[in-house]
Design a protein around this ligand. Structure first.
Ligand SMILES: [Zn+2]
Length: 77
């Protein structure tokens, strides 16, 4: 997924580690063996809502902002 959002903590400059709380609505194929063992396949995310994003290092004290991925690839390059 190239369109995944990127984040930045403006408190400490962290770009890579976040605790993301999200709720997802998914549809998937639950495939049971005769013995009852489950394997889940073909999961589709129908809906996803990001509830909160916290910097792994600063926690709730951090100030995390969403960043345009293109902006980050420029600064990383
Ligand atoms: Zn931080």
């Amino acid at each position: 997924m190239t369109s995944a959002p990127r984040y930045r903590c403006t408190s400490c400059g962290n770009l890579t580690r976040f605790d993301v709380t999200a709720s997802r609505r998914t549809r998937s194929y639950h495939h049971y063996t005769v013995g009852g063992e489950l394997s889940i396949e073909d999961e589709q995310v129908l809906d996803e809502a990001i509830e909160s994003v916290e910097c792994r290092w600063c926690g709730a004290a951090g100030n995390v902002e969403a960043v345009d991925p293109a902006e980050l690839s420029i600064s990383e390059g």
